[in-house]
Design a protein around this ligand. Structure first.
Ligand code: NAI
Ligand code: MG
Length: 363
């Protein structure tokens, strides 16, 4: 097989939804030339139980050698007591760091069929289709110094530092414009240039990349707080939103809630293209976590995981036709009234994880 995929199911509902993604890979292998070669590994609590680390060196090597990683979810109360650097999330952070995954793509898409899902009990935006691009390896989550200092007079000082360098903003800006070119051609950059030097600089670099390389596309700037307001008030005005690590973390979670269930949302994390092959390192995962409250019951919604596989086809393998077919199969399944509990609506048929996977595979 020419396409190497590493499947890391993880913890909680991770293995349940990973099984459904595998069904779709089987369908793809029957329908396409070349096919996928799948290897599996442990990550998170499952890896900790096995080898005392949230991801082993062997699994890291498999990840580096693969064309893409399909990741379930990690964590759960069982591992609350493990040392900080061995906690389940450390497995995901190591993958992001060592694979150099600097661009986090979070589409917020609302399937029209879900507009009637009474169980969602909140205002969702029918037909919404925006993409939030979050810088993932820089900014205030990683900048030095990062410390809590004892000042010796009964006071302490906590410090986090926001740092961005030219190349970090250039590469995320380029990714944003390239993505916008395949969509509606509009990028909105969000920062806080009114109060932050990194905001002034972010704005300057994004504007220059636009002027020099992508002037045929539309670029708008918003202050991140006002942008957040507009995102809730009138989200359809946006196409691609590009922003830093901290604002992206918050804005993408807010956008997620405009679409309904967490069980529907995929994501991709991309690295820079390899000089020789032109291929990017990449990891695809649902936005949701390991859902310990429903794990083991066979009721988790596998659509976020299956939609993550669709993103993998699109961004790692340029299989646009297959990605669209997979997304259409998801939409058809919903249109036919087949629903897991989290997206259940009146008059629909309630199914479990496996039946939902079968329904998408069939379509
Ligand atoms: P969560 O996303 O796991 O669950 C939040 C709520 O949404 C729960 O009620 C859950 O049942 C529901 N839910 C999530 N995914 C669903 C699906 N596919 N189908 C149906 N319902 C679904 O977030 P929570 O509860 O805050 O965290 C649980 C664990 O997951 C924690 O250990 C957390 O650290 C971890 N986590 C891991 C992530 C990752 O692996 N990337 C991301 C977020 C949290
Ligand atoms: Mg978050």
């Amino acid at each position: 097989a020419s396409r190497k995929l590493l499947l890391l199911p993880g913890d909680g509902i991770g293995p349940e939804i990973a099984t459904e993604a595998q069904k779709l890979i089987t369908v793809l292998n029957e329908a396409t030339e070349g096919g996928f070669e799948i290897e599996s590994g442990l990550v998170g609590g499952a890896a900790y139980d096995d080898c005392g680390e949230a991801i082993s060196d062997t699994t890291m090597e498999l990840a580096q050698a693969s064309d893409a990683v399909l990741f379930g979810s990690v964590g759960g109360p069982r591992w609350d007591g493990v040392p900080y650097e061995k906690r389940p999330e450390a497995g995901l952070l190591r993958l992001r760091k060592e694979m150099g995954l600097f661009a986090n793509l979070r589409p917020a898409i609302c399937y029209p069929a879900l507009a009637d899902a009474s169980s969602l009990k909140r205002h969702i935006i029918e037909g919404l289709d925006i993409l939030i691009l979050r810088e993932l390896t820089g900014g205030v989550y990683f900048g030095e110094p990062k410390e809590i200092v004892d000042l010796g007079n009964g006071q302490k000082r906590a410090v986090d530092t926001q740092v961005y360098e030219t190349y970090e903003i250039e590469r995320i800006a380029r990714a944003a414009f390239e993505l916008a070119r395949t969509r509606r051609g509009k990028v909105t950059s969000m920062e806080k240039r009114n109060v932050m030097k990194t905001g002034v600089f972010w704005n300057e670099v994004v504007s220059r990349v636009h002027r020099e390389e992508f002037s045929d596309l539309t670029l708008e700037h918003e202050l991140a707080d006002a942008g957040g307001m507009k995102l809730v008030r009138e989200p359809k005005q946006f196409d691609v939103i590009v922003t830093d690590n901290l604002f992206g973390d918050m804005l993408s979670d807010i956008a997620a809630m405009l679409t309904g269930s967490l069980g529907m949302l995929p994501s991709a994390s991309l690295g820079k293209p390899d000089d020789a092959s032109g291929r990017r390192k990449a990891l695809y995962e649902p936005v949701h976590g390991s859902a310990p409250d429903i794990a083991g019951q066979g009721i988790a919604n596998p659509i976020a995981m299956i939609a993550s596989l669709a993103m993998c086809l699109r961004y790692s393998f340029a299989m646009t036709r297959e990605a669209e077919a997979l997304e259409a199969a998801i939409a058809d399944t919903l249109n036919d009234g087949i629903r897991t509990g989290d997206i259940m609506a009146e008059g629909c048929r309630k199914v479990g994880t496996s039946e939902m996977g079968d329904a998408v595979a069939e379509r």
